[in-house]
Design a protein around this ligand. Structure first.
Ligand SMILES: [Zn+2]
Length: 212
């Protein structure tokens, strides 16, 4: 899943206004941020496949550190502990939940490649086998949950959403990714840029954030 994850960021922002939106944009994709780094380092593994047009053109055959259930629990716990240095308990727990939400949403769309433990017992409900339905669900999550943030910022985030959706359709439907490592670099740059865009739009339209 890609754009759908960001819907969770909007929902959490509504629950706790004082968490910076850029942090939530990183949190909901944190598992994939680490994944991109580990793919680049060759620790986790994937290969390009054009077998399933309309979904991620990668066979994610080895990702026990980021996308296993124990893995995501660990990343969520680390996120909580990291946030506790500068945030109260409740806000830290919400950021941690945002990190965990990544795995739950991935579970809906991924084909069975999310390990229950180590690299075994792989889970995935495989909505990606129905690419249009998967895309509609992702878009619904982003644009649906967008309504939870302050009204004057919605058009700007809607435009950002159309941009993200265009990237997703390009990557999913056309063979644009040359190799897993280059894909990892492109994705990582994308996650950072989108968090930067969220920060910029938040400052512009939501007036920055009060201190936690
Ligand atoms: Zn993921």
């Amino acid at each position: 899943m890609f754009i759908g994850h960001y819907g969770v960021a909007f929902a959490v922002k509504r629950v706790e206004q004082r968490i910076p939106l850029w942090l939530l944009f990183v949190a909901v994709q944190f598992v994939d941020v680490v994944w991109a780094v580990l793919i680049f380092l060759g620790i986790e593994k994937a290969r390009i496949t054009q077998e399933h047009r309309g979904s991620l053109p990668l066979d994610l055959y080895y990702m026990p550190y980021t996308h296993s259930l124990p893995g995501v629990i660990l990343w969520s716990a680390l996120a909580y502990m990291g946030c506790r240095f500068f945030m109260p308990r409740r806000a830290s727990a919400l950021v941690s939940a945002a990190v965990f939400s990544h795995w739950v949403l991935d579970l809906i769309v991924h084909r069975p490649d999310l390990p229950l433990y180590d690299n075994a017992r792989k889970l995935g409900l495989a909505l990606w086998n129905y690419p249009i339905a998967a895309l509609v669900l992702e878009a619904a999550l982003y644009f649906g949950l967008l309504f939870y943030i302050r009204a004057q910022s919605r058009p700007a985030f809607a435009i950002l959403g159309i941009f993200i959706l265009a990237i997703q359709v390009t990557v999913f439907w056309f063979p644009v990714l040359p190799s897993p490592k280059i894909a990892a670099v492109i994705f990582l740059a994308g996650y950072i840029q989108l968090a930067g865009a969220a920060n910029w739009l938040e400052k512009k339209y939501l007036g920055g954030q009060p201190q936690l």
